[in-house]
Design a protein around this ligand. Structure first.
Ligand code: PRP
Ligand code: URA
Length: 207
């Protein structure tokens, strides 16, 4: 599986804000939006473009547009903090939604929402979720997408655990990962270490 770690100094600075337990919810949401911009920029770096003929105030020329804008799929709740910024960067995109809450005892994903187009066979998909821990939530989302024919999936995550990266790689699904960090591992509660805590709670409060 292709894994891209965005290691730009600005990305590292915003990620440090997210990791710091002193960061309040509003500042966390701001830093997450900033970092999402960098991750989406990188995720689109190889995207195909189509020619567009335009006329500038001075001359005619051939410009470019995204040939096939990705469907953006935030995984609720935490992915909601990424979708507005991602959509602002790619206004051509459509948006689907998946809702999953991890069971804190079993660490298994519990899905509660699915709003996706029926046919994704010709659409690249960007799944937006800040955290890739065991990989259970991301794999569930990927299986929903593959079930609709998706063959080009990008997981856009802020922090990944090696366990989650392995789970995606071993799934055999057509997925690549763009992230700002691959951390050390998981603790006994399946939280990423050092991580940044609970990405949903840190944006929206406890559920
Ligand atoms: C978090 C996170 C991922 C999931 C990652 O969501 O946003 O969706 O956990 O864990 P996994 O890789 O082990 O599945 P959570 O279930 O806490 O829900 P929330 O976003 O509503 O807080
Ligand atoms: N979900 C989170 O929000 N954080 C983790 O570290 C693991 C799962």
């Amino acid at each position: 599986m292709d894994v891209t770690v965005v290691d730009h100094p600005l990305a590292r600075a915003r990620l440090t804000t997210l990791r710091d337990e002193r960061t309040d919810n509003a500042s966390f949401r701001g830093a997450l939006a900033d970092l999402t911009q960098m991750l989406i920029y990188e995720a689109l770096s190889g995207a195909p473009v189509a020619d567009v003929e335009i006329t500038t105030p001075v001359a005619t020329m051939t410009g470019a547009k995204l040939a096939n804008p990705p469907l953006l799929v935030p995984v609720l709740r935490a992915g909601l903090g990424m979708v507005e910024q991602a959509h602002a960067m790619v206004p051509e995109s459509n948006v689907g939604f998946v809702g999953i809450a991890r069971d804190e005892q079993t660490h298994q994903p519990v899905p509660y929402l699915e709003s996706l187009p029926d046919d994704l066979s010709r659409t690249p998909v960007f799944v937006l979720d800040p955290m890739l821990a065991t990989g259970g939530s991301m794999l569930h989302t990927i299986e929903l997408l593959v079930g609709r024919g998706a063959v080009d999936i990008t997981a856009v995550c802020v922090v990944a655990a090696p366990e989650g990266v392995s789970a995606l790689a071993e799934s055999g699904h057509p997925v690549r990962l763009v992230t700002a960090a691959v951390d050390d591992g998981l603790n006994d509660n399946a939280y990423i270490v050092p991580g940044l805590g609970d990405a949903g709670d840190r944006q929206f409060g406890p559920r």
